[in-house]
Design a protein around this ligand. Structure first.
Ligand SMILES: Cc1cc2nc3c(=O)[nH]c(=O)nc-3n(C[C@H](O)[C@H](O)[C@H](O)COP(=O)(O)O)c2cc1C
Length: 195
């Protein structure tokens, strides 16, 4: 439907797949359709870090009608085309390999192709980068992507809000993703926003 609001979420093979799980709990409040794709390496890490056997298990029953998993090898899927209307792509977490391929213009699977589409169509591309320390190659790739219009959002939560549990740290990053997408939905109040 023409007035549907759509976005894509992709998971790559970096640590921190809990961020993707949380984002998939909040985005359905704002979107009618969420395309979800994960690399093979990501699926292995989802199993390891979230103790589930399949990607499907990280999608809450309540939102299954809105979240559409798509194989990352499927280059015929809607987000692979610039003529398909969707707001953008969040890669969460984003491995340095994925970041490097996108920075290099490689577009040979659904995730890298959709990232390429978002850059060329000037749509939101948010890369929740996770690696430490960073090499000069990583930093140069991040600079190239920032110049091309992407938002590089390191998975580096702050501690000034006195987080009590891991969920608080996860919410810090997911809140930043929502802000980067320009959404009004907030998980945290924000510094100095009490009054
Ligand atoms: C358990 C595990 C954790 C990993 N964590 C990271 C990470 O945090 N950041 C990163 O850049 N690569 C990480 N890697 C390496 C990537 O998975 C690897 O470079 C892979 O080729 C990335 O594939 P993808 O970009 O196609 O998903 C990790 C690998 C494993 C097995």
């Amino acid at each position: 439907m023409a007035d549907q609001r759509r976005i894509m979420v992709a998971i790559s093979g970096a640590s921190g797949v809990c961020y993707a799980k949380r984002l998939l709990e909040v985005l359905p409040r704002m979107y009618d359709r969420i395309y979800l794709s994960a690399s093979d390496n990501a699926i292995n890490i989802v199993r390891r870090e979230l103790d589930v056997s399949s990607l499907d298990q990280i999608i809450s029953e309540e939102y299954k009608s809105k979240i559409m998993p798509i194989s990352y090898t499927d280059l015929h899927a809607p987000p692979a085309s610039g003529s398909h209307d969707y707001d953008g792509l969040v890669i969460i977490p984003c491995s340095m390999g994925m970041l490097g391929r996108i920075a290099g213009g490689v577009s040979d699977d659904l995730i890298t192709r959709s990232a390429d589409v978002c850059l060329k169509e000037r749509r939101k591309l948010v890369l929740v980068a996770r690696e430490t320390p960073l090499s000069l190659i990583h930093l140069r790739n991040m600079a190239a992507l920032t110049e091309a219009g992407a938002t590089v959002l390191p998975a580096a939560p702050a501690f000034y809000g006195k987080p009590q549990k891991i969920d608080d740290l996860v919410d810090f990053i997911v809140d930043r993703v929502l802000r980067s997408l320009g959404l009004s939905l907030r998980l945290l109040k924000g510094w100095g926003n009490d009054s």
